[in-house]
Design a protein around this ligand. Structure first.
Ligand SMILES: [Zn+2]
Length: 380
């Protein structure tokens, strides 16, 4: 897409509609006057901006609310006639869901797959069961592995290489006849945090996924950061020890090799912790032994290695943990924050590390948010 220094009327219209949608998602139902105050524009401009959304059936006007003076307002809110399709293609698990425009997960199903054939069959079977083409606004997909965003193709998946070059976006678009947006999993998770989580009051943060994979989605000044064609976010494969162990990507000493769930379990075995193969951060958090305390400290230090590098680069200050490490809860998050703080210059601002809640829908909500984001968010 060509980059221009001015915005055409269509871009401005989309950008303004995105701002109204965003204001409603953050604050709940709002009257036109409240939207006008929030966006710093006239009430008449709000009417111009929202009319296409009302015409499309995306928004509706709720029942009149009694007012002290003047005409009783009718708050604007999301209509339930449209739904967003959301897919999370994790390394070996597929989650398919429908989400309302206001960010409620309506239905979801989850299944495992082992190769590209079972992936394709599982995806279409579960999507057909949940998606109704006549009410589907679009489908957003957060996919593991490198993704070519403009074509919606999985470029490389280290764990399940038969998925390499799968045109995931066109597969769904041809089947359901709606727009499909595919992006890299950690970035989609960050969009979930941005639209429905910490992003409600934070414009700069990193959304971290830990477990069988290690990736980070970055939000800078309220926007999800990405390289050309959706590159970037593969920070798990940045090298933290060039004499370290061999990673699945072929390099030596990637951050992933010392901060994944696999590393945690291998180290637990060395420390003599019971049932290392089933260990998770949630189990580790409840273990009062000295060995468990040692392991928690080492894991926090290793996670902080990569996060401190990010902090040095961008200075986001806020890190949201998802996946395995989130199971360690607030206590483990505080430990990681301490370790990041030890490694960075003193700027006076506190480093915040937040553990995602147990029912973590960030990627599913982000996939749904991707549809809204790409449809309405002009490149400002
Ligand atoms: Zn690697």
């Amino acid at each position: 897409m060509a980059t221009t220094s001015v915005l055409g009327p269509a871009d401005l219209g989309r950008a303004n509609r995105a701002r109204v949608i965003r204001a409603l998602q953050v604050h709940g139902p709002m009257s036109r006057s409240e939207v006008a105050r929030e966006l710093g524009i006239g009430r008449g401009s709000v009417t111009t901006i929202v009319q296409p959304l009302l015409d499309q059936g995306l928004l509706l006007e709720l029942a009149k609310v009694p007012a002290a003076h003047g005409k009783p307002p009718r708050p604007l809110w999301f209509a339930d006639t449209w739904q967003l399709g959301a897919v999370f293609a994790a390394p070996d698990v597929l989650v398919v869901a429908t989400v309302s425009l206001d960010g409620q997960v309506l239905q979801r199903s989850r299944a495992r797959f082992t190769d590209v054939d079972s992936f394709r069959t599982t995806l279409l079977t579960h999507s057909e069961r949940l998606f109704r083409a006549d009410t589907l606004l679009g489908i957003g997909v957060g996919s593991a592995g490198a993704v070519d965003v403009p074509t919606g193709t999985i470029m490389e998946n280290y764990r399940i290489p038969t998925l390499n070059h799968l045109p995931l976006g066109p597969l769904l678009a041809d089947h359901f006849g709606v727009p499909v947006y595919v992006d890299h999993h950690p970035r989609v998770q960050a969009i979930g945090d941005l639209w429905f989580g910490v992003g409600r009051d934070c414009r700069d943060f990193a959304s971290v996924y830990t477990g069988d994979v290690l990736g980070v989605g970055l939000v800078a000044d309220g926007r999800a950061v990405h390289g050309p064609r959706g590159g970037g976010g593969e920070i798990g494969h940045t090298v933290v020890d060039q004499h370290g162990t061999r990673c699945m990507c072929g390099q030596l000493g990637c951050w992933y090799t010392v901060a994944s769930l696999g590393w945690l379990r291998d180290r637990a075995r060395e420390l003599g912790i019971a049932r290392p193969d089933e260990l998770t951060s949630r189990i580790l958090a409840a273990d009062p032994s000295d060995a468990a305390r040692t392991l928690r400290g080492e894991y926090a230090r290793n996670l902080a290695l990569g996060l401190a590098n990010l902090e040095q680069l961008l200075g986001s200050g806020t890190y949201v943990l998802h996946g395995d490490a989130a199971g360690g809860g607030d206590a483990f998050a505080a430990l990681v924050a301490e370790e990041i703080t030890r490694r960075i210059p003193r700027r006076g601002a506190e480093i915040r590390v937040i553990a995602a809640p147990e029912q973590d829908d960030a990627t599913i909500l982000g996939a749904a948010g991707l549809v809204m984001f790409r449809t309405y968010d002009a490149q400002l």
